[in-house]
Ligand binder design. Structure first.
Ligand code: KG4
Ligand code: ZN
Length: 361
């Protein structure tokens, strides 16, 4: 069976529409148009919800035509409409949900609602190397989430670990901004940390694995706590790391000392990545039959990608990480997740509403 899926994503600050074809469980991205509002929100140092909603309204129609045009598919050839309906900014989500509903109902096309986090995880189904087979362990790392899930099927999801406070992406954005990296700081933080790791190890290749035990790593002035809880759970707590980093930056400022930004960024990244690596290691040990999916905006982080690849391969597991271009918010991932909701019979109708809340808790 071949299906053409038209999908929408508008949960935060990207308006996206995509056409994805699915034939015998193989996905093909025909178009994946993303209108980013990052430049607008940068002026405020973060996402302003009202501005986001307005920008989604302005973009969604033209983005949809562009997605159909680029795919070379007419609306009559669309077999399924999928839309990200939660969690996220409620006003932003409503734009996508209402648009998708109107289109699906007026054209009598089946409609499915997609959980945004399940959508991120489904970005791994769009990789050339093939679709992971459930059950598998999935890590979702984004601006709002740091969570580990067990996927019992493509639609049955269970939360097995989460952050008790801040998300990893939010912490990169906040600390990054404090050391002068433009919003959203994740990508700049990644590059600056690379510089720091190379400076600490003198190695341009294996800088991450050689970082432990270097003078920079042991420097007590830059000591930071680890954000993984040592209580036998798979949970994280990023607020302690974030607060310690903020205090450290204030100390430098008060003393008028010059901070080595690259070495600081490397130290911060190391603590954050090691915390995730240790909990993912534990999650894989607890689930010996599972491969690993890593998804969400922070899955673009080069250090995290490398480290988790090592964690999985050491245990003989496969790792599925989408390319950086599919890690951020996009509608193609919503189409992939939506396909499985449809196959499972989870259809939505005109009563569909958006929700700001997580459905998987
Ligand atoms: O999934 P996403 O696009 O939006 C949410 O659903 O939150 O994730 C956005 C987050 C931001 O915090 C951004 O700074 C972070 O992903 N990010 C990165 C990198 N690229 C984006 N964080 C670390 N390293 C990166 N290379
Ligand atoms: Zn997201």
């Amino acid at each position: 069976m071949k299906m053409n899926i038209l999908a929408f994503e508008s949960s935060c600050d990207e308006t996206s529409a995509a056409v994805v074809s699915c034939s015998d469980g193989k996905f093909e991205i025909r178009s994946n148009i993303i209108a980013s509002q990052v430049d607008t929100h940068r002026l405020y140092g973060g996402v302003v919800p009202e501005i986001a909603s307005r920008a989604h309204i302005e973009a969604i129609s033209s983005i949809t035509y562009e997605a159909l045009d680029t795919a070379g598919v007419s609306i009559d050839e669309i077999d399924l409409v999928a839309v990200s309906s939660n969690p996220g900014l409620i006003g932003a989500l409503l734009v996508g949900v209402n648009y998708a509903k109107a289109l699906a109902v007026s054209r009598s096309i089946p409609l499915v609602a997609v959980d945004h986090i399940k959508g991120h995880i489904a970005s791994a189904y769009l990789i050339e190397s093939g679709v992971p087979k459930p059950p598998y362990v999935a890590l979702a790392v984004s601006g709002g989430h740091t969570a580990i899930y067990k996927m019992d099927s493509y639609t049955d999801i269970r939360l097995i670990g989460t952050t008790r406070d801040d998300a990893i992406g939010e912490s990169f954005d906040k600390i990054g901004r404090m050391i002068g990296i433009e919003y959203p700081a994740g990508r700049g933080f990644d590059a600056l940390s690379r510089e720091g790791f190379i400076k600490a190890t003198g190695d341009e290749e294996n800088f991450y694995s050689k970082y432990k035990g270097t003078a920079a790593h042991k420097d007590p002035v830059m000591a930071l706590p680890t954000p993984a809880l040592r209580d036998g759970s798979l949970d994280f707590s990023f607020s302690g790391l974030k607060t310690a980093a903020i205090n450290l930056l204030h100390r430098y400022e008060q003393r008028g000392q010059e901070l080595d930004r690259a070495l600081f960024a490397a130290r911060y990244t190391y603590e954050a990545v090691e915390a995730v690596a240790s909990k993912i290691g534990a999650a894989l040990d607890e689930n010996p039959d599972c491969d690993l999916v890593v998804a969400g905006g922070v899955a673009a982080n080069s250090h995290l990608r490398r480290r988790l690849t090592e964690v999985a391969s050491k245990r003989g597991r496969r790792i599925f990480i989408p390319p950086a271009s599919l890690c951020g918010d996009n509608a193609a991932m919503i189409a992939a997740s939506g396909y499985y909701e449809y196959v499972s019979g989870n259809l939505a109708d005109s009563s569909l509403n958006a929700s700001a809340l997580d459905s998987v808790v």
